[in-house]
Write a protein of this length. Structure first.
Length: 206
């Protein structure tokens, strides 16, 4: 597959070369998408920043999620979740994760706003997609902010997620769709949630 996220980002950037001449903005989903997105932005000579989107965890099973919330308040709820959780529980989890989103914007982006994406091509990058809830919420966020075209790029993704994400964005680029999603990258850290490591970048940097 890939030795690490950097190699994955280099190869993803090569696959997205067609967007270079369109002055795209690369927005990475923290944290795993950041090293991948940096390499994509470097290859495309694109503006780079982070878009914070958080999974909505089940209270009794935090590793699993029933949706996601992005930094502008855009929400995606997995169909059928309302049959399992009460509205009060959903709102409680949303409130908790909105607070986490605000904290992560401060910690990871220095409190800076997203770059202006109105009328621009936006490439959303994550390091792996199993279900795609965080990317669905992120896609709604960039659409609300006026993106002219939204692209999702990831080195690893399930075939189901790739197909379903196509309903939310203009194009989806997945380099590798394994029969089963790997639980971790070869050099450590889960595909979706690598270890925390302080401020990652400033908004709008290349």
């Amino acid at each position: 597959m890939f030795d690490d996220r950097r190699e994955a980002g280099i190869r993803l950037g090569e696959a997205l070369e067609r967007y270079r001449d369109r002055s795209p903005v690369v927005l990475a989903i923290p944290r795993g998408g950041v090293p991948v997105g940096k390499e994509v932005a470097r290859r495309l000579d694109a503006d780079f920043s982070l878009l914070v989107s958080r999974k909505l965890p089940f209270p009794e099973n935090p590793e699993a999620g029933f949706g996601a919330v992005a930094e502008d308040g855009s929400v995606y709820i997995v169909p059928g979740a309302e049959r399992i959780l009460t509205r009060n529980v959903v709102e409680e989890v949303l409130d908790e994760q909105r607070a986490v989103v605000e904290r992560r914007i401060r910690d990871l982006r220095g409190g800076e706003s997203l770059p202006d994406i109105d009328g621009r091509v936006v490439i959303l990058v994550d390091d792996g997609v199993a279900v795609g809830s965080t990317l669905r919420a992120a896609a709604r966020c960039v659409r609300n902010k006026g993106a002219a075209e939204t692209v999702i790029g990831t080195p690893v993704g399930s075939a189901t997620a790739e197909k379903e994400l196509g309903e939310y964005v203009d194009h989806v680029h997945v380099l590798f769709s394994p029969p089963r999603m790997p639980p971790a990258w070869p050099n450590g850290g889960t595909i979706v949630s690598p270890p925390s490591s302080g401020t990652i970048c400033a908004a709008g940097s290349r």
